[in-house]
Design a protein around this ligand. Sequence first.
Ligand SMILES: [Zn+2]
Length: 262
Amino acid sequence: MKPLPFFLLVASMVLATPGSASDTHSAPVAVNQNVAILTFLNEIAADNGVYMVTHKIEFFAGLAKGQTPRATVVTCSDSRVQANMFDRSPEGELFTVRNIGNQLVTAEGSVEYGVHHLHTPILLFIGHSRCGAIAAVSENYSKESPAIRRELDTLTIPKELNNLDGVKANVNYQVSVAMLKFSDEIESGQLTVIGAVMDFADDLHQGAGKLHLINVNGETDATKLKNVSALLTSKKTKSTPVPVPKKNTPHEKTPPAEPVHH
Ligand SMILES: [Zn+2]
């Protein structure tokens, strides 16, 4: 085990106060939790230290100036999906929104901020293999808490689909919702909406960890997706697709929000 930095030694003393080790009823669990917490804090501090010394001061100075991300990215919150799978240096490049099921409607304001205020030319939705949110809506999730049910209610996946096809259907649906919401930006050529699937389980048999492009501005034909350049050239004349009808999806156009200052 790595030695604990000073502040974590202090943290360990705080975490070991009454309610944990001194509580005979919950002591074993609390001690184990404290070990896990301290291990986690110690390891992220160590990794952060490496990060600090392996990036130049100019890099951080660039981040401090502000952000001009290349894409707004909506991914599932699933811990197995991370930006470093497809971008070795996502800092400042990806305005990332995460939620269960990589949905637009449950993070609409955040997505709007990326498109309307940061003016990212790309809005990318990323689903993934073995998605628990997609699996949940294929089954009965009525015993989940109201907050979780609310975020699952906005996913409509045909029950007959397997998980991977459900993931694809959801990504395509999210693209269609975004195309309706941001139709002006798409028609003017300012925005391209893209759908992709991170297949870390190799369910598509093209290599574990491959990011599959499955939708560009509503086009899902695999042959056409091999020539994205042609799709982008023709996008301005392409009619806006009709989104899949869906319950409880208030994605009507709303007036631009006031700029948010972080
Ligand atoms: Zn997921």
